[in-house]
Design a protein around this ligand. Structure first.
Ligand code: FES
Length: 95
């Protein structure tokens, strides 16, 4: 089975990792020592995990109410609420 690839862009540097489908961007980042912040512990209440999806939005689950409430804008997701089904490229945003 094809393993989804997630490319994280951190301060202009790219790092691509493979993952099982269904994990959140936050879980994937934490498993690979990528510095995505998660002040609320991944519960959708802090927005420090907010990131910009550069490619592959269609390979993520639909946005949820927490993301709307936390003001994730066009092309943005909360890393803790976005689960990966296919290849995506994600830019970390300053908290
Ligand atoms: S970790 Fe707090 S909103 Fe995602």
């Amino acid at each position: 089975m094809h393993m989804p690839k997630v490319t994280f862009i951190v301060n202009g540097k790219e790092q691509t990792v493979e993952t099982e489908g269904g994990k959140t961007l936050l879980e994937i980042a934490q498993a690979h020592q990528i510095p995505m912040e998660a002040s609320c512990g991944g519960n959708g209440f802090c927005a420090t995990c907010k990131c910009k999806i550069q490619k592959g939005q269609e390979n993520l689950n639909p946005r949820n109410d927490r993301e709307e409430a936390m003001g994730a804008g066009e092309g943005e997701r909360l890393g803790c609420q976005a689960s990966v089904q296919g290849d995506v490229t994600v830019e970390l945003l300053p908290a």
